[in-house]
Design a protein around this ligand. Structure first.
Ligand SMILES: Nc1ncnc2c1ncn2[C@@H]1O[C@H](COP(=O)(O)OP(=O)(O)OP(=O)(O)O)[C@@H](O)[C@H]1O
Length: 578
């Protein structure tokens, strides 16, 4: 992600904005001079209509160009914010899971939402403001020097004092604003943490404590916000004092010189006007310097986030593109692990020498103690993580040779706690295949045993999920996810079975959905319940990151001690031995 490139895309608007600002500044600078000429003409009794018209035109041009400048720069700023957010959002969604999972969600949020807008508006607005302000200040000083350099030195002396004060204040504003952004970010992270765990908070009766903690974080943000306002509110008055002081000195000394005839009243008037006109750009200049300092920190935060490694980038560098693929037999196994080893962190192997094969159809259950590596097997099939050694094939093809989109179209993933996406049941169903037609949807609903449930809803498929009364149970959510996955027509479905206790009807419906799905493709289910395990065509028993045994329920009960033990813990002995 390159901010320079993004800004470059909007350079025409930025240049137009700065151009209008500079011409407007020139029109502003011409006004005091023309007013001086008007005073001279009045004093000498010369015709003034032409000069008055010209002054009026300059006033109008100045106002119009000022508005055009602000609009063009503001628009360019918003465009840059938009591009940055769009690119950043895409990069986050395409980021590699191992890197993404190391990021703090609250921090990602504040970088994507607020840092982008600070960074881009500062880049566009403060930079443009600085260019026009410098032009105004330098132009004003040059013209004032031409009128009377002694008066200029006096005025600059007073303004210089005020500017020194303003610079110190601007520095304080910047420091306070940085602190304030950190505090606001910390509040955002805190809020996200508790809202993400709201049920635990409620169940632990921790609302009071968490509310206090949130209030503490909000108060830190309030205090630093007040410091920003405090220093910021002194900035303009300090400059005003400098202006008033220099005005008083300039007018008193200037009038004395007009009286002695060493300065014309027209030049004095122009000079005083320049002094007025100088103040606002000077304040702007100091503000812009402060803002640019703040913006630099925000730019850095945005760039850091934008640098999160991308899935396909990694593919393109590590795996040669355009590699010829060997034709695959129809009967190729749906999934094949060959001596796969994997570690999330160095020297902490989670899978070792895992080998198994799934035929194109049928239900395979994976069982094993907690931490045995069952979910990790799924993560590797989806290529969320890369295996450290060995080969994984899906539909006969080494997944390292598949583009991610192709691989993931062949694999459907039904998580244990399937999140509902925004929108209606229909939108949730067709999420992985937006082109699915009504027949496909009806078939998927039937296979997932959801037909009658959806049929009974007054708005059917168009029921908004998450609305009151339209919440789904764990089992229904999983069946919805199975239906969504079936619509995708994958070759393998990975299913992390819900562990929560389900009533017998829901359990039977889920079991039917699994059996139906297994008729169409290979279903690999992390199984927690006897109903799944008993109906599975084969069971893979995992232990400490390795495959311990593979067989049917009956075979394993007879031959494998660990399976017997697992079965004994999970089901009643009576059931297990059936
Ligand atoms: N993102 C991760 N980073 C580091 N270690 C991890 C990560 N995810 C899992 N692990 C570790 O890998 C090992 C296997 O975890 P995995 O989730 O695959 O087990 P599991 O068999 O699915 O367990 P469970 O039934 O409890 O879900 C565990 O020791 C776990 O602590």
């Amino acid at each position: 992600m390159n901010l320079r490139e993004i800004v470059g895309r909007h350079r025409a608007l930025l240049i137009a904005g700065v151009g209008m600002g500079l011409v407007g500044a020139a029109a502003t600078l011409a006004q005091p001079w023309m007013l001086g000429r008007l005073i001279e003409a009045v004093a000498l009794d010369k015709p003034i209509a032409g000069t008055v018209t010209l002054i009026a035109l300059f006033f109008i041009a100045d106002a119009a160009l000022g508005a055009g400048h602000a609009y063009a720069i503001g628009r360019a700023g918003e465009n840059i914010v938009f591009d940055t957010r769009r690119i950043l959002g895409g990069r986050l969604l395409r980021s590699q899971i191992p890197h993404f999972s190391r990021l703090q969600q609250g921090d990602v949020f504040s970088r994507t939402v607020s840092d982008t807008s600070i960074a881009c508006l500062v880049v566009a607005q403060a930079m443009a403001q600085m260019v026009t302000s410098v032009f105004m200040v330098v132009g004003g000083i040059v013209l004032m020097a031409r009128l009377d350099w002694k008066l200029l030195l006096t005025a600059v002396g007073c303004l210089g004092l005020a500017s020194g004060g303003a610079l110190l204040l601007a520095r304080q504003v910047r420091i306070a604003a940085m602190k304030n952004r950190q505090n606001v970010g910390a509040f955002g992270s805190g809020l996200q943490r508790v809202l993400g765990a709201i049920t635990t908070v409620k169940a632990s009766r921790a609302e009071e404590r968490e509310t206090e903690e949130l209030a503490r974080l909000a108060d830190k943000a309030r205090r630093s916000g007040i410091r920003v306002t405090g220093f910021g509110s002194m900035l303009t008055p300090v400059m005003n004092v400098g202006t008033q002081l220099s005005l008083a000195v300039v007018i008193a000394w200037g009038m004395a010189r007009v009286a002695t005839g060493s300065l014309s009243s027209a030049d004095l008037t122009s000079f005083v006007m320049y002094l007025f006109y100088l103040v606002s750009p000077l304040v702007m200049l100091f503000m812009s310097i402060g803002q640019i300092q703040q913006g630099r920190a925000a730019v850095q935060r945005v760039m850091e986030l934008g640098a999160v490694p991308q899935e396909e980038e990694e593919r393109e560098t590590e795996v040669g593109q355009g590699k010829e693929r060997e034709p695959v037999a129809e009967s190729a196994p749906a999934v094949c692990f060959e001596k796969v080893g994997f570690a999330y962190q160095q020297d902490a192997e989670v899978l070792r020498d895992v080998s198994f094969t799934l035929p194109p159809r049928g239900l395979t259950a994976i069982v094993g103690a907690s931490g045995a590596g069952k979910t990790t097997v799924f993560q590797l099939i989806e290529r969320f993580f890369q295996p450290g050694s060995g080969t994984i094939r899906v539909a006969g093809i080494d997944i390292a040779d598949l583009r991610l989109a192709e691989l993931r179209s062949k694999v459907g993933y039904v998580e244990q706690d399937t999140p509902l996406l925004r929108g209606t049941i229909r939108e949730n169903l067709t999420y992985a295949n937006p082109d699915a037609d009504a027949d496909d949807i009806a078939r998927a609903l039937r296979l997932a045993s959801l037909e009658s449930f959806v049929g009974e809803l007054p708005q059917g498929l168009d029921t908004e999920l998450g609305e009151r009364g339209a919440g789904l149970s764990g089992g229904q959510r999983q069946r919805l996810a199975i239906a969504r996955t079936l619509l995708q027509r994958p070759e393998v479905i990975l299913l992390d079975e819900v562990t929560a206790h389900l009533d017998s009807d829901t359990e039977a419906a889920l079991r039917d959905a699994m059996t139906e799905a297994a008729r169409e493709c290979a279903v690999l289910a992390i199984a927690h319940r006897l109903s799944t395990i008993a109906q599975a065509d084969r069971i893979i028993v995992m232990e400490e990151g390795g495959v311990r045994a593979i067989g049917t329920h009956r075979e394993l009960i007879e031959t494998d001690e660990v399976y017997r033990r697992l079965a004994g813990q999970q089901f009643t002995t009576e059931e297990a031995l059936t």
